[in-house]
Design a protein around this ligand. Structure first.
Ligand SMILES: Cc1ncc(COP(=O)(O)O)c(C=O)c1O
Length: 449
């Protein structure tokens, strides 16, 4: 084949699909080269928290690229990484105070698991190597993070290569794993953690990895209030580190800087991503507690791990400028109130859209579950592709929402839409989002019900 100028040479996520090409983006809107305008109701994939085109972020990146660009992390530290780590230590609750910077959420979760194992080794517990994960989770696309989660759609292809991590049911009251109702359930899902630790042997278990509010695998499913305090107690009882994967739900998205703060629980390791680099730079992080960091500082004096781009000055300067912008505009403070407005708007839509089975979420991380029958909670058959149809209909009307992979999956695939706009979205823009969603659902229902 000739390599002509107009040939498409990108290996796309879906080769064969035609992608509109973006021309520019500003605030909460994206514009393509065909002149179409889209309202971003999902911040890309829950990334663009401060919206698009913030010039002070671009300026900070440009300045750092011109003065430092890159240094290797085994030889040098750099000012943006130092300053951003100080900001995160100040913003994070309690003991979470030492940050290891990486380039994406998958890397952050791999790093946190490795950190947990090496923490135990240095304390003389070499046998503690197992990480317990949960069903209805997604922690990344490496084999390690896929092993620690149950996103069936993503795991299926590689199952022979994945490690047999123990998985316990995540709390998800709309479709309880045990078919029970809270609080009569006695929080069996928390008890399942203790049973798993005992059956694996506490001397073998290093960590429990969780998404505090489940993102793409269950569309903003929020646990009962007593779940995480109970989990914290169980982890402490058996010397198991609690790793909170807040790549999607953290960094203010749920209305608190750290989502676990909603239940006054502190993890030992916290992973952040997505909003930390805000779409301006690939940036993610593991924030370790004082205790975890001290064990590394006082024993081996090193963490056996590493990536070429960790702590990259340009990415950290983007992260620092984003953090400062959020503080300057008081965006963290606005999330809870904006989330309530949007959540109420979605509940109002649910009242006249039978296709909406559930509205859930916290802060500006909201989810809709689409069902064939709201009373029985019966889902659409998978081949109907209800969520994908809804997402496409919204996009045709100029509204971007997010679905998980293949409608996302537990054992049974369900149809979810995630609504997670940039924190900067204002009232008229939220009203526009709700109007476009309303019209799109009317169209989708006409074809589905
Ligand atoms: C909760 C959670 N953890 C980890 C990841 C992986 O992050 P990344 O795609 O940046 O590797 C994601 C991505 O969607 C996520 O939602």
């Amino acid at each position: 084949m000739m390599k002509g100028d107009q040939e498409k040479r990108v290996f796309y996520r879906s080769p064969g699909k035609a992608y509109p090409q973006v021309e520019r983006a500003r605030g909460v809107y994206i514009y393509d080269t065909d002149g179409r305008k889209y309202l971003d109701g999902a911040s890309g994939c829950v990334v663009a928290n401060i919206g698009y085109g913030v010039t002070q972020v671009a300026d900070a990146m440009r300045e750092t690229a011109a003065t430092i660009s890159y240094v290797h992390s085994s030889t040098f530290t750099n000012r943006p990484q130092e300053e951003l780590a100080r900001c995160l230590a100040e913003a994070a609750p309690g003991e979470l105070n030492h940050t290891y910077f990486v380039s994406g959420g998958t890397e952050a979760n791999e790093t946190a698991m490795s950190m947990a194992l090496q923490y135990h080794m240095q304390r003389g517990n070499r046998g503690k190597y197992k990480v317990i994960g949960r069903t209805l989770s997604y922690h990344g696309s490496s084999f390690g993070t896929l092993s620690a989660a149950s996103n069936v759609a993503r795991r299926r292809l590689f199952s022979p290569l994945l490690l047999p991590f123990p998985l316990v049911p995540a709390p998800h009251c709309y479709r309880c794993h045990y078919g029970l109702t809270h609080p009569a359930c006695g929080l069996l899902c928390a008890r399942a953690l203790e049973q798993a630790i005992l059956s694996e042997g506490p001397e073998n278990v290093a960590a429990f990895l969780v998404e505090p509010v489940i993102g793409t695998s269950a569309a903003a499913s929020v646990p009962p209030a007593e779940y995480f305090p109970r989990v914290r107690e169980i982890c402490d009882r058996y010397d198991v580190l609690l790793i909170a994967d807040e790549v999607l739900c953290g960094y203010g998205r749920s209305g608190k800087f750290v989502t676990l703060e909603h239940w006054q629980v502190e993890p030992d390791l916290l992973t952040l991503g997505k909003g930390l680099g805000g779409g301006y730079a690939p940036l993610a992080a593991v924030i370790a507690s004082e205790q975890v960091h001290r064990v590394f500082a006082e024993n081996w004096g090193k963490f056996v791990h590493g990536y070429t781009y960790q702590g990259n000055p340009v990415c950290c300067s983007a992260g620092l400028a984003i953090y400062r912008f959020i503080r300057q505009e008081k965006l963290f403070e606005q999330v809870a109130e904006k989330g309530e407005f949007l959540s109420q708007g979605l509940k109002d839509l649910a009242a006249h859209h039978p296709v909406i089975g559930d509205v859930r979420g916290l802060g500006l991380l909201l989810g809709l579950e689409l069902v064939r029958d709201a009373a029985s909670r019966e889902s659409f058959p998978r081949e109907v592709q209800a969520a994908e149809k809804a997402r496409k209909t919204c996009m045709d009307r100029g509204l971007l929402l997010y679905t998980g992979v293949g409608g996302t999956a537990d054992i049974m695939p369900r149809d979810y839409l995630l609504i997670a706009p940039p924190f900067v979205m204002n009232r008229p823009e939220m009203e526009e989002l709700l109007e476009k969603l309303d019209a799109s659902l009317t169209e989708v229902e006409a074809g589905l019900l």
